[in-house]
Design a protein around this ligand. Structure first.
Ligand code: DLL
Length: 442
């Protein structure tokens, strides 16, 4: 069940399965979700119009705002009586986006995540330390049910209480761990602070995601914790974690669970599909969901896809890591900047730890970026705790130069003392927008 033939199916077999499931999903939403019925009527389409997979482009898009407008249960395709779980995702503002699952949805999701853990190198015999937050957020419960489905001894530690996490890791000796990359880094640093070597904890693989991270962050985590780190992607609107995951063999793109999710990549301006390999916005249609089937959901996440067979033998379409968001893109003096680019450039500078924040401020009438970085404790001691030291000045210049060459933007660099950047226990806050607040630190 966890490494089924579907992962190595040839394209024709996969597309046949996808088409049958797409047709069923379209009929379902047409019959049971007034929002979609109305949209289909407006566009003059009916379920019978979906005769081949490429007909998906005839269907309307769904956006986060549509879920917000239908808060909390308006897009559900089944009566609440058949819903066995509710999750949500916290937006930056207002109420969370609510999603629901039937018993079958939970079963499918568990199998998808169990498969994902196997893809990451996990086994039934593992102890599996789950540091994703439990709650409305899909990370904790999603990984939990998958790990249990696999048969791993699942430790539902959740996020936070880092010292206790470390004790549990030392005592239980898990083979696998999962959490947001920023929180796992936080755990590793705490271990060092407590006089332990995070290299010696015996963890063999880590499943990290739910927030953007870079190859450089992967290298840092793999070195610090001596494990293989793979990227897991997902979003609550589509299911939760497990929509796609990297294999431990190649670590080269995330395998999409295509038997459950149909992927498209579109140009966010023209809304047309782009060629494989071209960066665009990921759009997913659920193929098996019962409680909240979703048509052409615009994720806002930017990536590329490839249909080339992977070294691991799987034939499923792979997506690149998320390289930005349509709405997270910072436009500074006309230049598009993505936080992930900043992270990549930052991690190439020696003397800094991989925690950072991008503060957007106003300088007069102009938008400006203040990049808050954090100095390594060894470096800090070397300069005697003096942030005006000539070496700190040099460090600032180096960072500024790296940013200018990677992002084409001149940024003000603010060096923080060790632990000066707030640590996360879940998704890290990378962007602080101070442009409209009265308090500005210039
Ligand atoms: O973050 C689900 C998840 C939990 C994924 C645990 C992986 C691990 P939401 O809270 O709905 O769901 O947030 C979804 O998070 O649209 C992306 O912008 C971002 N995201 C998720 N995974 C990744 C990743 C979960 N691997 C939103 N890389 C998505 C970059 C990611 N961004």
């Amino acid at each position: 069940m966890y490494n089924p033939e579907v992962e190595t199916a040839n394209r024709a077999e996969m597309e046949k399965l996808q088409l049958t499931r797409l047709q069923k999903t379209v009929e379902n939403v047409f019959e049971n979700v007034p929002f979609y019925k109305e949209k289909f009527d407006d566009l003059g389409i009916r379920p019978e119009d979906i005769q081949q997979l490429s007909d998906v482009t005839k269907l309307p898009f769904t956006k986060k705002q549509n879920l917000r407008d239908q808060y909390p249960f308006g897009l559900f395709a089944v009566p609440l009586d058949e819903v066995t779980r509710i999750h949500g995702s916290s937006g930056t503002s207002g109420k969370p986006t609510i999603v629901g699952y039937t018993k079958n949805d939970i079963e499918n999701w568990s199998v998808i995540v169990a498969r994902a853990i196997v893809t990451a190198g996990g086994r039934k015999s593992d102890i599996f330390h789950n540091a994703y937050g439990y709650g409305l957020f899909t990370g904790g419960m999603g990984l939990h049910y998958g790990a249990e489905k696999l048969g791993a001894a699942t430790v539902p530690i959740s996020g936070g209480n880092t010292e206790r996490q470390i004790t549990i890791i030392n005592d239980f000796k898990p083979r696998g761990i999962c959490g947001t990359p920023s929180y796992i880094l936080n755990i590793a640093e705490k271990m060092e602070e407590m006089g332990m070597d995070p290299n010696e904890n015996g963890i063999e693989y880590g499943i990290f995601g739910a927030e953007p991270w870079s190859e450089e962050m992967r290298a840092t985590l793999e070195k610090k914790l001596k494990l293989k780190a793979v990227d897991i992607y997902g979003l609550s609107e589509i299911m939760g974690p497990g929509v796609a995951i990297e294999c431990h063999e190649a670590q080269d793109g995330l395998h999409i669970a295509e038997d459950h999710f149909l992927v498209e990549v579109i140009n966010p301006d023209t809304l047309e599909q782009v060629e494989d390999g071209v960066v665009g916005e990921l759009v997913f249609t659920s193929l098996t969901k019962e409680a909240l089937p979703i048509i052409r959901y615009r994720t806002g996440d930017l990536a590329t896809i490839t249909r080339e067979k992977c070294k691991c033998g799987r034939t499923t379409t792979r997506m690149s890591r998320i390289i930005g968001r349509t709405d997270d893109m910072i436009i500074v003096r006309g230049v598009n900047v993505f936080p992930s680019e900043i992270e990549r450039a930052l991690l190439q500078v020696e003397g800094l730890v991989p925690h950072y924040q991008i503060h957007l401020v106003k300088k007069g009438t102009m938008d400006s970026v203040e990049l808050h970085v954090e100095i390594e404790s060894g470096f800090y001691d070397r300069v005697g705790g003096d942030l005006t030291h000539v070496d700190v000045h040099k460090l600032k210049k180096t960072v500024q130069h790296h940013m200018k060459t990677t992002c084409l933007v001149t940024m003000d660099i603010v060096v923080n003392i060790p632990k000066g950047i707030p640590r996360s226990e879940g998704k890290a806050i990378r962007i602080v927008d101070k442009r409209n607040s009265a308090v500005m630190s210039l």
